[in-house]
Design a protein around this ligand. Sequence first.
Ligand code: NAP
Ligand code: HSE
Length: 459
Amino acid sequence: MADGHDAPLIMGIAGFGTVASGLMHILRENRAEIEARTGRTVRVKSVLVRDLSKTRACPLPDGARLTRDASDLLEDPEIDVVVELIGGTRTAGDIVRRALSAGKHVVTANKALLAEQGKDIFALAAEKKLHLGYEASVCGAIPIIRTLREALAGDRIESVLGILNGTSNFILSEMSDKGMDFAAALKEAQSLGYAEADPVLDIDGRDAAHKLYLLIRLAWGAEYPYSAMPICGITGVSPTDIRYAREFGCRIKLIAYARLHGKDPWNGGIEAGVCPALVHESFLLARVEGAYNAVRAEGNAAGSVFLHGKGAGDLPTGSSVAADILDIAKGTPPDNSGFAHPHLPAPARIIAPHESFSPYYLRLKVADRPGVLRDMAAVLADHAISLAQVVQKDDAAEPVPEAESRAVPLIMVTHRAPEDGVSKAVDALAASPFVHEKPVRFRVLTSKTGALPNLRTKV
Ligand code: NAP
Ligand code: HSE
């Protein structure tokens, strides 16, 4: 392994797909800038793949060889850094652990691995005093890891909230703006290299939750077990709701949110989750389009910091991988967690659904007959939910076969209500004879003060 800082930094890259190709392009194209910044050359020695015969998106770096044997990276004493870009958790976890155990720094874009096995992997990196770089694993090109770990290190972070998944934002944007259907938009996101190998992770919200786990760790130095996070993806977002949301002056976005209750995560707690939400046009987040991501971090001194950039794709993600490699090349001491104690204290207190308040958008299809509005309001009142707006869409009325009445869409926005109360009320409404379809509900994003945005009532 090279020791002097003038010696080249030697890397083994596991994977030669979208992100690895982006990284290789950057290392070639920006060689002069990288050498000027680090005073060293950065060289790729081995690249691990499954299929040696596949045509690749870019040429293999000069002097590098392709291999199917991970030992060529992990047992080569000349290799300083293993860059893990294969994805998944089994083989990738094995490679990352073996690399750290062999005394090699690791850079990865693998948020699934770090969310599911991060506790042990971070501990191993700390024990070995090695870099575990993961800037690329959250929001592609956006430097949110560095921002929370370094730029906002003097703040108490009050909340972190954003659009953390490029694929689902791309799908929602295409559905909203071009009327494209869900399946076609997903196919396009896959062909553009945004989606995970298993795109279900993107659309069911788990990819955003993996990233949120990492941001919570950096913001508060606390574990929030990934398995405890409430997660809902975008498969239930229909063109009908996109249209009604728009008439209220809102867009529907997949939002990942984490909020500190009280002054610390153990006595106070952390409220976190991933879900589709109505975002009013007056919020910057409503204007984040396509595969772009954005994060809003709120510090008690800095106030609101908003970062926006490309959340997925070869070069944007490769750019963050390259930045971690440069840290290692410069000899920056490892600081993977951002906290002095490498082993994070006990898990945060998790804020329960009855402590989590939000306004909600509800859409019901109800029988169009006298008394329905009264009965529906009674169900909501039984669960202490008060209404801010109610709109009945007569123009969308449909005849109900073998019934005395037609069915009409009823769209409501509630005032702030506890999540468990809304769940129970929705279940009760679903069981009511005057409700014809499973009710739809989404949170409505509020400002920091919790105030409901000024919704347009063109609906
Ligand atoms: P990808 O295009 O599917 O590429 C994966 C590469 O890994 C392929 O070259 C594949 O080899 C290789 N590979 C997979 N399993 C392997 C195994 N068991 N042994 C050896 N090689 C194996 O994936 P990607 O989009 O670049 O994503 C890589 C990682 O970056 C993932 O963790 C992903 O979550 C993360 N990430 C991706 C993006 C993005 O925009 N794509 C953004 C941020 C983070 P073959 O080519 O020979 O099949
Ligand atoms: N599949 C991920 C996304 C890649 O769409 O956001 C970036 O992490």
